[in-house]
Design a protein around this ligand. Structure first.
Ligand code: TYM
Length: 340
């Protein structure tokens, strides 16, 4: 049990493996930006998570900058939030190791994302992919983060973070780590694949037509929504009418999230409309919202030294919080740090 009161603090991260999708934008980045100013916010490009599966080294560096550019282009203000890449703060790996010794193998075996990613190939994937959730717990707890905004697919990992904090506090008879809350709110916490509304939109899906990438141009965005799978029926009067229509529900949710409205509100406006009306409206809205972000991302990517400077400043701010937490953790665990 923890009795200590922790200052409200937000932490979240995105892997630089493959490009950013509309799922990352609506489920994560847009919500991260919205939390700026409400509490202290720390956002990370989690490059050490990316290497749990093979990454081309030059591409990884480029993608790390591109994810940082995505955050900045979407409105993250480095004077209000701390923005850095995970590998620049060594304490993540160090606390991750301690948590590998706290977390139980049985807990890892229950992680559905590992099962999905490893599939029938579980013997051949990296040990890092298996241990990934304890590094994620370290990311969060290194900052004593109280709130972690994530999409629905990360809920189990944040719950595991609470289990690790609870076991650590219990084993060492302390209240050092907080029990972090996942923040999974709104209609955009699970954006689905445009060709199959039962699957999540992801960076790694086989066809590019399944997803909107943050770098897609206006014509491609319009084409992808036009070709998105739907059903023959018009939009119903209420959200209940979309219960067994996953593709239709997804497009309504995307519209709502892009326009900062609820899905109910969108259904109210488009009740009875056919796809011939809804899809072009959605494509126009998406282009209006996303094109300025992708243009800004491209501008930022033209000056990688500036991105690196922002990340270096962020890493310094992050270290100032992380290093004392790590030092105290070493002390609690009984790891000697002579001379430090
Ligand atoms: P990652 O990189 O897969 O995704 C980054 C964020 O985007 C959200 N997201 C989605 N949200 C809605 N609909 C979708 N289709 C969709 N696809 C992705 C994810 O839920 C996530 O919030 N393990 C994490 C990264 C991580 C992390 C952390 C997150 C590492 N350490 C500490 C929070 C705190 C991951 O792989 O996210």
């Amino acid at each position: 049990m923890t009795n200590q009161t922790f200052t409200p603090r937000v932490f979240s991260g995105i892997k630089p493996s493959g490009g950013l999708t509309l799922g990352n934008y609506l489920g994560a980045i847009k919500r991260f930006v919205g939390m700026q100013g409400e509490m202290e916010t720390i956002y990370c490009v989690v490059d050490m998570h990316a290497i749990t599966v093979w990454q081309d080294p030059a591409e990884l560096k480029m993608m790390t900058r591109e994810v940082a550019a995505g955050y900045l282009a979407a409105g993250l203000d480095p004077t209000q939030s701390t923005l850095f890449n995970q590998s620049a703060v060594a304490a993540h790996a160090e606390l991750g190791w301690i948590f590998n010794c706290v977390a139980r193998v049985g807990w890892m075996n229950r992680m559905t994302q590992f099962k999905d990613k490893a599939g029938s190939n579980a013997e051949k994937v990296s040990l890092g992919l298996y241990a990934y959730p304890s590094l994620m717990a370290a990311d969060i707890l290194l900052y004593h983060a109280t709130h972690v905004p994530v999409g629905d697919d990360q809920k189990q990992h944040v719950e595991l973070t609470r289990d690790i904090a609870t076991k650590f506090n219990h084993d060492f008879k302390t209240d050092f780590f907080p029990l972090t809350e996942p923040v999974i709110e709104g209609d955009a916490t699970r954006i689905m694949n445009l060709r199959d509304g039962t699957k999540k939109m992801s960076k790694s899906g086989e066809s590019d037509m399944e997803r909107i990438n943050m770098t897609d141009g206006a014509d491609l965005i319009a084409k992808k929504f036009k070709k998105a799978k739907t059903d023959p029926e018009a939009l119903p009067e209420t959200l209940d009418g979309l219960k067994d229509r996953p593709e239709a529900r997804n497009l309504v949710d995307i519209y709502a999230a892009l326009d900062d409205r609820t899905s109910e509100d969108v259904i109210g406006e488009y009740a009875g409309a056919g796809w011939g009306k809804f899809k072009p409206a959605l494509a126009d809205l998406a282009v209006a919202k996303l094109a300025p972000i992708s243009t800004e991302m491209a501008r930022l990517m033209d000056d990688p030294a500036e991105i690196d400077r922002i990340l270096a400043d962020g890493a310094e701010k992050a270290r100032a919080i992380a290093e004392p937490v790590l030092a105290q953790t070493y002390d609690i665990v009984g790891l000697l740090r002579p001379g430090r």
